[in-house]
Design a protein around this ligand. Sequence first.
Ligand code: IMP
Length: 195
Amino acid sequence: MSDAAFQRRAASIEDDVDVLYSQEAIAQRVRELGAEIAAAHPGGDLVLLSVLKGSFIFAADLARAIPLPLRIDFLGLSSYGGKTESSGVVKITSDLTRPIEGAHVVIVEDIIDTGLTMAYLLDNLATRHPASVEICALLEKPSRAQIRVPIQHKGFVIPDHFVVGYGLDFDERYRNLPFVGILKPSAQRAAGNGS
Ligand code: IMP
């Protein structure tokens, strides 16, 4: 595909979305979060636990913003529900590659909405006896919370909108947008019609 064709295709995807946080605003906040996490863990030896799929881009940027020795591991979770709602019934689709017993774990999550997924994950990780567990979430939608989970490191607090981009999806699309934006209802309807 030519550069021009690529630009046209990218622009049509971006038409579905109103920008909420630009690429630059996210990069600045991720740098701040990295410094905050480093300051909270002067001893280093962290495990960054990236929750897949939504946090993969955030985790990649955050890891490079933390000037400490650390490990990165991934946990695949999928929650049963509709395209824009999670049910709180969570399935582990791929597990950690190493034990976290005695480790200082920072969970890296894209968004905390109802809190049900994170509450499940905290319970699950507790059975593996880490030394400590903190949460770093890029986004929080507190108006939708059903369970309050402690978020030690928080990127942005957002109103009740369905957002996509920077790893977040709608029906597996839009993860590759470099910014976070609000998905227009027309785009949600079009996807619902299979178009
Ligand atoms: P919770 O269990 O309701 O807190 O939802 C957590 C998961 O639902 C997140 O990790 C996302 O994968 C997904 N999710 C919740 N809200 C949004 C959104 O606005 N856009 C994209 N995914 C979302």
